[in-house]
Design a binder for this molecule. Structure first.
Ligand code: ADP
Length: 295
């Protein structure tokens, strides 16, 4: 923290406050800890679906101990009088195969989502996240997303409330859909009863997408931190919810890449509301005509 005199007589000052150094050191230590925790969390997250897939493949191997469906069908053709007895057997074998495939497929999709999350984060970390901006109708984008997520929300016994005002935005539809999927999946994951909702409001200059829930809520002290990569409110080994802690960090960066942002209001035990704000295309500051007429 001392000034240094150069040969030409000038003074080069380097003043660092000791408490700043201490804070920077604490922040670096916290970031390091979060990364180490993340490696543990990620290994566990990747292993779980992989275990299911391998389990189903092993079961499928054992299925050759059951009569093959084709041979059962042949037997029925040869002895039609056995049909009533044989049909449930054939159906049973097919049903079992179908169930195994469904489980493996679901776990495979989950694994793909996790890996894509890690890859997206690597892109963001190296400044390589690009968005392909096109004019997008909000109502259409929301409708496809909601259709995709309705089973997830409703299978958990939650009501799914949607309220949409249409508008036009300039967006990478896939990326905005990714953000909404992340927010709605989180809302569902952290809510045991009540509702999950999405409200879209077309304000004069922006469109806001509010994803709200009646779930566990987020402590005041964590409201900023949940957007930090790897951060989970509960990252203990015995944590009850799965996830990588990357979803919100990625979502926030996608919002920023669109000239927007994400904010959060939450109350412990009452619920949370995440609000994605994006600029409207139909009022973009074009002086006359052109895009303004898209409204
Ligand atoms: P994760 O993969 O862990 O869900 P996110 O970045 O999406 O990662 O979320 C980070 C953390 O923020 C979660 O682990 C959880 O602790 C908290 N969180 C996110 N959404 C909600 C919500 N709707 N209700 C309560 N907590 C939430």
């Amino acid at each position: 923290t001392s000034d240094k005199r150069m040969p030409d007589g000038s003074i080069v000052g380097l003043r660092i406050d000791v408490s700043d150094l201490k804070n920077a050191q604490l922040a670096a230590e916290a970031a390091n800890r979060a990364k180490t925790d993340f490696m543990g969390v990620l290994s566990h997250e990747l292993r779980t679906p992989l275990t299911v897939i391998l389990g189903q493949v092993r079961l499928a191997r054992n299925i050759n101990r059951l009569p093959a469906p084709q041979s059962l069908e042949k037997a029925i053709k040869a002895h039609p009088e056995t049909e009533a007895e044989m049909t449930p057997l054939v159906d049973g074998v097919w049903a079992q195969i179908g169930m195994m495939m469904n489980m493996a497929e679901r776990s495979g999709n989950h694994l793909m989502t996790l890996i894509n999350e890690v890859l997206d984060f690597a892109k963001i970390d190296s400044g390589n996240l690009t968005v392909d901006l096109q004019p997008v109708e909000v109502a259409t984008l929301v409708a496809t997303t909601v259709d995709q997520l309705r089973p997830l929300v409703e299978n958990k016994g939650l009501s799914f409330n949607i309220d949409v005002q249409d508008a036009q935005i300039e967006a990478d539809a896939k990326r905005i859909q990714q953000v909404l999927i992340n927010l709605i999946s989180n809302a569902t994951k952290f809510t045991e009863e009540g509702e999950v909702g999405l409200r879209v409001e077309a304000l004069p200059k922006v469109v806001t997408f509010t994803v709200y829930d009646t779930g566990i809520g987020i402590p005041e002290s964590e409201v900023q931190q949940v957007f930090e990569p790897f951060h989970q409110v509960d990252s203990s080994a015995s944590r009850r919810h799965n996830g990588t802690g990357l979803g919100l960090a990625i979502s926030r960066d996608i919002a920023i890449a669109h000239g927007g942002n994400i904010s959060l209001k939450s109350e412990i035990g009452k619920g949370s509301a995440f609000q994605l704000t994006l600029p409207r295309l139909d009022i973009a500051d074009v002086p006359t005509g052109g895009r303004a007429s898209l409204a």
